[in-house]
Design a protein around this ligand. Structure first.
Ligand SMILES: [Zn+2]
Length: 88
């Protein structure tokens, strides 16, 4: 699977660079979406734990038949695979 995801929040980025954030020089970021990253910096100092909290309700909506504990477990496995959280 080689789907492009925001390497901070995990949002699917689609096939264009439209959803990507910007670097200081105005170029598009290669890794992060425009919610997470602007002008070469992250827009929030969110922690991985908080990111998981925020994401669980989305996953529950997206996937039917899983409960909150399962969604949380999936996110706890998923987020450390993203570049922003790899070393946290
Ligand atoms: Zn993002």
């Amino acid at each position: 699977m080689n789907k492009k995801l925001c390497q901070s929040c995990g949002k699917p980025m689609g096939q264009t660079d439209e959803l990507y954030g910007t670097e200081k020089n105005g170029a598009k970021s290669k890794d992060y979406c425009n919610d997470c990253y602007k002008n070469g910096a992250f827009t929030t100092n969110i922690t991985k734990e908080r990111m998981i909290e925020v994401s669980v309700p989305y996953l529950l909506k997206e996937k039917t038949g899983i409960n909150e504990a399962e969604a949380r477990e999936e996110m706890e496995t998923f987020f450390p695979t993203l570049k922003r959280w790899k070393n946290t």
